[in-house]
Design a protein around this ligand. Structure first.
Ligand code: ARG
Length: 461
């Protein structure tokens, strides 16, 4: 019993299976830096408020810093049999400092301790992920600049619909990712309040200064309700939501790249360093990276459901169920980082097969809307123009030609409004160039949205 901190009340050793079952150090060990950071702030406050002596406070801080250095260097290793990271560090401190070490936990509980650790940890991870997403957006913007004139088919129902450019398509993802960045920074902002000092649930009788610890740890303020402080995991759910959406965007993009790599599309070719072969079919070059990203999206969504389900029935305040928060949110964070880290260089090295995009755009009658618009601009009501164009498309399909190659005589059989200039009006270049409505694919418009996106990106740096 001697080495278990809460041994006092117990008359028996805890069963080995319970010990192992209860222990979280295998996954919360990664928060050791943040745990020590929180403890240093707590020890500072205890000393400043006269709850412990200044000299004890300084000894504790020195001891905590030494443990940090030893863990960083590998001189000290985490004990896998410890109950959790908080118990491990406190026990190590007491081993090193004797009685002074036992003073650290005055007016604190592991409930506020773990809550503050996790916020500190996730705050750092949000910074890392946001930087990675910023890099990805930067890469997409650079690619877009190269492709404002690269015509490709735009799709609805995965059927060729209207002509766009590759830049226009890429920029759609830039806007999604910019929203993801905003959501991450929103989550970070709401997360940035400090639960330290909430104690087990009901605060403390010592005259602590929660504003001081909040400030020392870079939080905007202390959490105003001690029950909420130790019970709240909204910040995990909210971050996981933002990560799920980010993954959803990467997954849709991945799905498109998978299609584009196929022989059926052949719009892009992945660099050999970012594709894999088959063990039996020598001709294969598989887009495994994108498929894994699509797959891992399900996993991050699963983490979100884990968190929501874990919380939905919990009475206030702390319940051990909440220990499960870490594995879920860490899994989401880890996998998002893995995905973005691989996706960005894969994208940067991907070869864009412009000619194939253009050839695909030249088939599939994606200029049919423009043909109808041509008649409208000559005075015909849109529905009539729509019908005539539909009939012409049917004739083309029957003859095996395109609208561009259908003889003028066939056009004029439908209406005298068609003249030689119809060919210019329905050429792919015209169709794209003339789509100048705000947010549209014309090279000028896309250049404008690239500038706007760059402005947004810089504002969020
Ligand atoms: N390892 C625990 C967790 O992650 C720390 C908090 C323990 N609190 C308690 N009252 N048992 O949730």
């Amino acid at each position: 019993m001697a080495n278990v901190m809460w041994a006092g009340r117990f008359s028996k050793q805890v069963d080995e299976t319970v010990n192992a079952f209860n222990s979280s150090i295998a996954f919360d060990g990664r928060m050791y830096r943040h745990d020590i950071q929180g403890s240093i702030a707590h020890a500072t406050m205890l000393g400043d408020c006269g709850i412990i002596t200044k000299s004890d406070s300084e000894t504790l801080i020195k001891g905590l810093k030494e443990i940090l250095a030893d863990l960083d260097s590998g001189k000290l290793e985490l004990d896998p049999t410890a109950e959790d990271i908080h118990m491990f560090i406190e026990a190590e401190l007491t081993k090193r400092l004797g009685d002074v070490g036992k003073r650290l936990h005055t007016s604190r509980s592991r409930n506020d301790q773990v809550a503050v650790d996790l916020r500190l940890y996730l705050r750092d991870e949000i910074k890392t992920i946001s930087d990675m997403v910023r890099e990805l957006i930067g890469a997409l913007i650079e690619m877009s600049k190269q492709h404002t004139e690269t015509i490709m088919p735009g799709y609805t129902h995965l059927q060729r619909a209207q002509p766009i450019t590759f830049a226009h398509h890429l920029m759609a993802y830039v806007w999604m990712l910019l929203r993801d960045l905003e959501r991450l920074s929103d989550a970070a902002k709401r997360m940035n309040v400090c639960p330290l000092g909430c104690g087990a649930l009901a605060g403390t009788t010592y005259s602590t200064d929660r504003f001081q610890t909040a400030e020392l740890l870079g939080f905007d303020s202390p959490m105003p309700n001690s029950l909420d402080g130790v019970s709240d995991r909204d910040y995990c759910v909210e971050l996981c939501c933002a990560l799920s959406l980010l993954m959803t965007h990467l997954s849709r993009f991945s799905e498109e790249i998978i299609l584009w790599c196929s022989w059926e599309f052949k719009f892009v070719e992945l660099d050999d360093a970012f594709a894999t072969g088959s063990s039996i079919m020598p001709q294969k070059k598989n887009p495994d990276v994108t498929e894994l990203i699509r797959g891992k999206t399900g996993r991050v969504n699963g983490d979100l459901v884990t968190l929501l389900t874990m919380m939905k029935g919990l009475p206030l305040a702390y319940n051990k169920d909440m220990q499960e928060d870490k594995e879920a949110i860490f899994d989401a964070v880890d996998n998002v980082k893995l995905c973005v880290k691989t996706f960005t260089p894969m994208l940067k090295t991907m070869r864009v097969l412009k000619d194939n995009m253009r050839n695909a755009a030249a088939r599939g009658f994606i200029n049919a809307t423009d043909c109808a618009d041509y008649l409208v601009k000559k005075g015909m009501p849109f529905r009539d123009a729509y019908k005539i164009t539909g009939t012409l498309v049917a004739q083309c399909i029957e003859k095996g030609v395109t609208l561009e190659t259908l003889p003028l005589a066939d056009y004029q059989k439908m209406t005298e409004l068609f003249t030689e200039d119809v060919y210019e009006a329905i050429s792919l270049d015209t169709c794209v160039r003339e789509r100048r409505s705000y947010g549209g694919p014309s090279p000028d418009e896309v250049a404008k949205q690239i500038a706007l996106a760059e402005e947004k990106l810089n504002a969020q740096a």
